[in-house]
Design a protein around this ligand. Structure first.
Ligand SMILES: [Zn+2]
Length: 455
């Protein structure tokens, strides 16, 4: 899907990976479009003065910002930030678009790359200096509508994981010390990897009025009163692909859910000199019928590779179903379908092949989802003390639910010992904590925290 590149910290997204990304993009675009979001595009370079207007953004991103200082040989009068995120330029733009309550809500989404100059080791799709993502931005007349929209984005992201990536998702809030810079509330979708670490899947933020105040997104309401808008933002990156690779892949390579696989079925004909003609003709008919039924299908009729070589290659690429066609299948009027995740073989009737393929693709999705859901279910545990948190995560990985007083120092104690952190707190801020006391310090608990190691 990707390769390291000639630029340190940056990767190449290969056509196979780009096509997976396009599938994810297609799903989110449809969901966003049906809920009032239009795609737009904003400049990648942001003047320093504009960027620094919102001080939380500077504090949060300053060490990671890459700056353009020259145009050709000439030094610029003002440095330009390469966007690490676009709240500044988009909120500034909203300030010029919004005049009256009739202009609200206003929602933009852009698909782009951002640059964050992380000094850590490059890990494709998880840690790269430039990454692809979508960033949605909204302006609303009041807190209620802004929060509603943030919850809607959280649901859409959870659906992306559950319905498209075959990964169960937990939704929650980030603890205050780990919110997006300047946000009132950051929500998160978390999912568990086979190595016992959590991955942060996507994050919507309710930004309150801070950004709108700085960038002057004000409007006249129904009563001719001047008011400040409430803004939101929400983002999902190609980390989604990192999660899929880690969660479903095995020793043979990639395993892709049928929903996002560039090819859903690879037809591998198995011929001898005598039956090559009829096997290929049967295979070509099969390909045409599946394609007409809307299946993404490839007929691998390459002469210079053996069927065994082809099996391996399609397995490596993660194609969910292999269709084998040999002289037996031609004689019997059948097709052999093989599930990528576990090699299960199903012989289906050629006459009803389109329905059968749709069923088997669903079955593959279910297999992937079930396996991941079982892992998630088995790996949420509870703990009542600092040592129990440390011991449980140390032994099993996964999540540990524990009472928390809200003090960042209590998380720091766990972080220092085993590099686990609070990945989220319970979604409902009014929910009773799992225990009356903080597992670390023993003070009264205000939240249920989920501790885990992370990617
Ligand atoms: Zn505490």
């Amino acid at each position: 899907m990707a390769d390291y590149s000639g630029t340190a910290g940056f990767i190449v997204l290969n056509p196979w990976g780009q096509t997976v990304w396009d599938q994810i993009r297609g799903y989110l675009d449809d969901r966003f479009a049906e809920t009032g979001v239009g795609n737009a595009y904003f400049p990648m370079l942001i003047p320093e003065s504009l960027f620094e207007q919102e001080k939380n953004i500077i504090e949060g991103f300053d060490p990671e910002v890459a700056w353009v200082t020259h145009g050709g040989e000439e030094e610029l009068a003002e440095r330009l930030a390469i966007r690490p995120t676009s709240e500044s330029i988009i909120t500034d733009h909203m300030g010029r678009k919004v005049r009256s309550y009739r202009d609200l809500p206003l929602r933009y989404n852009q698909w782009c790359s951002v640059v964050r100059w992380e000094a850590t080791e490059t890990k494709p799709f998880l840690r790269t200096r430039e990454f692809l993502w979508q960033e949605g931005h909204g302006a609303f007349p009041d807190e209620e509508t802004a929060r509603e929209d943030t919850h809607l984005r959280l649901e859409q992201y959870a659906d992306l994981y559950e319905d498209v990536l075959a990964l169960p998702a937990m939704t929650g809030r980030k603890p205050d010390h780990d919110k997006f810079p300047g946000a009132e509330t950051t929500f998160t979708v978390e999912t568990l990897m086979p190595d016992g670490r959590s991955i942060q899947g996507a994050t919507p933020h309710y930004l309150g009025t801070k950004f709108a105040e700085e960038y002057d997104v004000t409007f006249t309401d129904e009563n001719e009163q001047q008011r400040v808008a409430h803004t939101t933002s929400w983002g999902a990156s190609w980390r989604t692909m990192g999660a899929v690779i880690m969660a479903h892949g095995d020793d043979q390579g990639l395993v892709l859910p049928p929903t996002i696989a560039p090819e859903q079925v690879a037809i591998v004909p198995i011929w001898t000199d005598e039956d090559k003609g009829e096997v290929l003709e049967y295979s070509e008919d099969l390909r045409a019928e599946l394609e007409a039924a809307g299946v993404r299908v490839e007929l691998d009729d390459r002469d210079h590779h053996s069927p065994g070589f082809k099996f391996n290659e399609w397995e490596l690429k993660g194609v969910p179903l292999r269709a084998e066609v040999g002289s037996n299948e031609v004689a019997d009027g059948t097709v052999r379908l093989v599930h990528r995740p576990d090699g299960e073989k199903v012989d289906v009737d050629r006459a009803a092949v389109a329905e059968a393929v749709a069923e088997e693709l669903d079955a593959v999705y279910e297999k992937l989802y079930e396996r991941a859901a079982e892992r998630m279910d088995e790996n949420v545990r509870e703990a009542d003390s600092r040592n129990e948190i440390l011991g449980t995560i140390g032994r099993h990985g996964g999540y540990v639910r524990a009472g928390w007083c809200g003090d960042v120092d209590c998380e720091a104690e766990i972080k220092d010992q085993i590099a686990a952190e609070i990945v989220m707190v319970e979604l409902d801020p009014d929910a009773d904590p799992v225990s009356e006391t903080c597992a670390v310090c023993g003070d009264s608990a205000t939240e249920t925290a989920y501790y885990a190691k992370t990617h």
